[in-house]
Design a protein around this ligand. Structure first.
Ligand SMILES: Nc1ncnc2c1ncn2[C@@H]1O[C@H](COP(=O)(O)OP(=O)(O)OP(=O)(O)O)[C@@H](O)[C@H]1O
Length: 417
């Protein structure tokens, strides 16, 4: 790998006897977009401030271009590192144009620019960010999001190889957030580097090449977004009410907040389903405080991933493996204990026909019917016939997908009365 642009070794920061950073060793290489994530108060801003020289480290070393950062004079640092603080305070009522032009200050000191060259650069940057209409406005009369874009423009105007950004998208709507992160991404593809503290984990996963996870001032995980943003780490950082999954359309890791479960209710529902058919139901049942078990699912199926992520007890088999008798035996106990077993309207063929055998064990079986022609979702006659036989059983209730939740809510209400 290339020589790092920035590197720290065992970095520590103590202020007023409070240890804000401890033993942080990291590197940022040319062309990398690195995200710094972690809960509130973890030490992300303290890290960036130390790297830019606003805090003097108490321990460890910082190298910029393999030279100790302390050997750079403040003015020289500005040619290598630009910094966008979390809260930008400007003591004067600057106009937007002046504010952005301030970014070029360190460059003007050391380099001659042809007449009009900086104005052209400024115009290019404001066009990229679509803020040309703000140029003559006063900074203190802009909205928080507009101000954030202006300060980002100022940073681009500095044209430094390394950019440190502290929550640059905190006040931005989703469109401007995507625009700023895309611009940052493009800058890095063109050879610049960025270290960005960011709370939006979905953006962090989508845009960053690598993530650093900070907790209590320490670097606790580092790697590709999918290595760092896992259900286990997110639960440790942010508590149980977050769900990590892979977006089927973008392939990126996504993190969603979940509505917390209510007080447990004395109802056990076992879910049999696949192809994503139990996902919404499972989440809603858990939110109502119902004890949910599930299976048999296939590994990597979206249902199985959700059961795993939400800690639902379940039985699974490897991807593309048929459900065997031993798997059915392992799942039987859960189905026989459940007050209700719900079998959703999912496609059934030879690989997962074992779920029909499992459904036959249910004390009370709710069969979710497609409403259309159920035969369409059975890949072989034998499975379809077994489904028809299940429909005839006395302990079976047939429900459409639309009816399911209202009836389930009544059921929950009846056991909590
Ligand atoms: N100058 C300071 N003196 C003493 N403690 C400080 C100082 N600056 C920050 N802290 C404390 O250090 C800890 C880390 O703060 P920091 O701002 O680095 O966290 P953060 O990860 O950026 O948080 P957030 O996501 O909320 O912005 C917090 O507990 C904070 O109260």
């Amino acid at each position: 790998m290339s020589t790092p642009l920035l590197r720290t070794e065992q970095l520590g920061l103590t202020i007023n006897d409070r240890q804000l950073l401890s033993q942080v060793s990291l590197s940022v290489h040319p062309g990398e977009l690195v995200g710094v994530i972690g809960p509130n108060g973890a030490g992300k801003s303290s890290l960036l401030k130390t790297l830019v020289g606003l805090h003097q480290q108490s321990a460890g070393k910082i190298w910029l271009h393999e030279q100790p950062l302390s050997q750079y004079r403040a003015q020289d640092r500005a040619q290598h590192i630009s910094y966008l603080a979390q809260a930008q305070e400007m003591s004067f009522a600057f106009r937007v144009r002046e504010t952005i032009m301030l970014g070029a200050h360190s460059r003007v000191r050391t380099k001659h620019f042809a007449r009009g060259q900086l104005d052209q650069e400024l115009n290019r940057i404001v066009d990229l960010l679509d803020i040309a209409s703000l140029l003559d406005r006063r900074l203190d009369q802009l909205s928080g999001g507009e101000r954030q874009l202006v300060h980002f423009a100022r940073m681009l105007m500095q044209d430094s190889p390394l950019m440190l950004l502290d929550e640059p998208t905190a006040s931005l709507d989703i469109g401007h957030e995507a625009q700023l992160m895309n611009l940052l991404h493009q800058q890095c593809r063109q050879g610049r580097s960025a270290l960005v503290a960011i709370h939006n984990l979905n953006s962090a996963a989508a845009f960053c090449d690598r993530l650093l996870l900070i907790q209590n001032g320490q670097l606790v995980a580092e790697g590709d977004p999918e290595q760092v943003i896992t259900q286990a780490t997110m639960k440790r950082m942010y508590g149980p009410s977050v769900l990590v999954s892979r977006n089927p359309m973008t392939g990126t890791t996504t993190v969603l907040p979940l509505v917390e479960s209510q007080t447990p209710v004395p109802l056990h529902v076992h879910l049999i389903g696949g192809a994503g058919s139990t996902v919404a139901l499972c989440r809603q049942l858990l939110q109502m405080g119902v004890r949910v078990t599930a299976g048999i699912g296939h590994d990597q199926d979206s249902d199985t991933q959700l059961w795993e992520a939400l800690g639902v007890e379940h039985i699974k088999v490897p991807t593309f493996a048929p459900i065997e008798t031993a798997d059915i035996d392992a799942a039987k106990g859960l189905v026989q204990q459940a007050d209700i077993t719900v079998m959703t309207d999912f496609p059934i063929g030879t690989m997962n026909a074992g779920n029909l055998t499992l459904a036959e064990q249910a004390r009370h079986l709710w069969l979710v019917t497609s409403g259309n022609d159920d035969s369409m979702r059975f890949y072989d006659d034998s499975s379809l016939q077994r489904f028809h036989a299940l429909q005839q059983r006395a302990n079976v209730k047939q429900i459409t997908a639309t009816e399911l939740m209202p009836i389930m809510r009544q059921q929950v209400a009846s056991v909590t009365r």
